[in-house]
Design a protein around this ligand. Sequence first.
Ligand code: SF4
Ligand code: SF4
Length: 517
Amino acid sequence: MSRRLFNFNGGVKPPYNKEASLGEAIADFFAVAPMPAEFVIPLHQSVGGPPHPLVKAGETVKKGQLIGGPDGNVSSAVHASTSGRVKAVEMRLMPHTSGLSALCVVIEPDGKDEWIDHAPVPWRSMSPGEVRDALRDAGVVGLGGAVFPSHLKVNPGKQGHLDTLVINGAECEPFITCDDMQMRQRPDGIIKGAAILRDLTQAKQVLIGIEDNKPEAVAIMRAAVDRLQAERIEIVAVPTRYPAGGAKQLIRVLTGIEVAHGKRSTDYGVQCFNTGTAHAIHDALELGRPMISRILTVAGNVDRPRNFEVRFGTPMNDVVALCGARPDSDRYIMGGPMMGYRMPAETVPVVKATNCILVGSKAMFPPPPPEMPCIRCGECAKACPSDLAPFELFWFSRAKIFGKAQEYHLFDCIECGCCAYVCPANIPLVDYYRFAKSEIWARENEKSAADTARERYEFRLAREERDKAEKATRLAAKAAETKAKLAEQQAGSDAKKDLIAAAAARVADAENKTNAS
Ligand code: SF4
Ligand code: SF4
């Protein structure tokens, strides 16, 4: 009997454009390209605190060596992508639309590509906390694009087990095929990773959701489940509709659970990981290999679109060079056309979030028509898979009424772009939401910095007050002690005087008696 599936609200059907990059097998970038002159490895590649550098310029490193130590629990480690010499630890341009720089470890390869000693992690005999630490130290983060540290999600929750573990192989964004190709070529690692996650979270069932426009992947993954005799793991083909790969949308389709605004899927006993992340968890625990590379798609305005396994820190233009960017190419987009970001330069490095380098041109992505006033048609609301009111969010974001935007659940917006896709007024709605989110984050950061400064000031005042009070108590004690000593001395001196007087009296008395006789 086939599993009952559910619908999510909204969504769109953009042209998928995936076929072009499915023609060739995944290539190991190192096997087909010269070694890059340098690897620029950003320390901050995940959600959470940026790791702190553990190496200095001039030091030699091996492949897989820890070069960025996690900053607390909500952070993830970073490792050397190859062996070589640390050229610098310095600010370099990030693969981010902001055009900002961040601290990077720059490695000049020695060409030996020599691994550091590594061994499988005995995770079955470790406590849950130790396994989470091992995943954090292996730098495993979500490879679906969100780069959330995976160790924080490997948790059976309050009830001691998950009802459902969802493994996301939907890959709904146009042009991107890295998950599809990984499922076709490396299914065993994904299934074994899913089984590890099943055991760590005590999940009653594991559902691997794959859009039904990937029939080869569905068949290969089903065969792998049978071959590996993976218990409680089921491959489910889900209808193709963007954004079926959103975590909440896939959970809805597979389980019927509607995750309410402000809630997490774990509140309903469900957790979600990407297929690539499941594979990376397998590699980290069963092979002892930290995350130093990922599979990514190069597509768009290139002669030979395809997938590569690429080490982090490799310049994007080195990868694109293998695909023959056409002469009119004028941009790199990291991600797909719906959710991707334009890169500030072609030389920025591949990072953990790079699932696709989409090469664009003016012909492929013509400038958008001029933005018109909103006509309140409501099409955006119909298309929104998160059940938001995009036009209200637009008004509040544009007017900088951020409190209202938050009231309308701005942070439940997954930036899928469906609203902008259908908007007849050509309003770049997602740009407004990103602006509003970054402003709110900046203000919260400022507030938290101000709060920290205020707390420090209050702490200093309290400490000064305490020091003052302690000093006063010490002085008072000393004064009391001195007074007591003086009193004692005084008492001693009075007693002495009395003794002398008594002695003098005795002498006088004796003299009187002598004179009288
Ligand atoms: S689709 Fe565009 S024009 Fe229509 S209500 Fe939404 S924002 Fe306004
Ligand atoms: S970008 Fe946000 S508001 Fe627009 S459709 Fe997607 S989730 Fe809804």
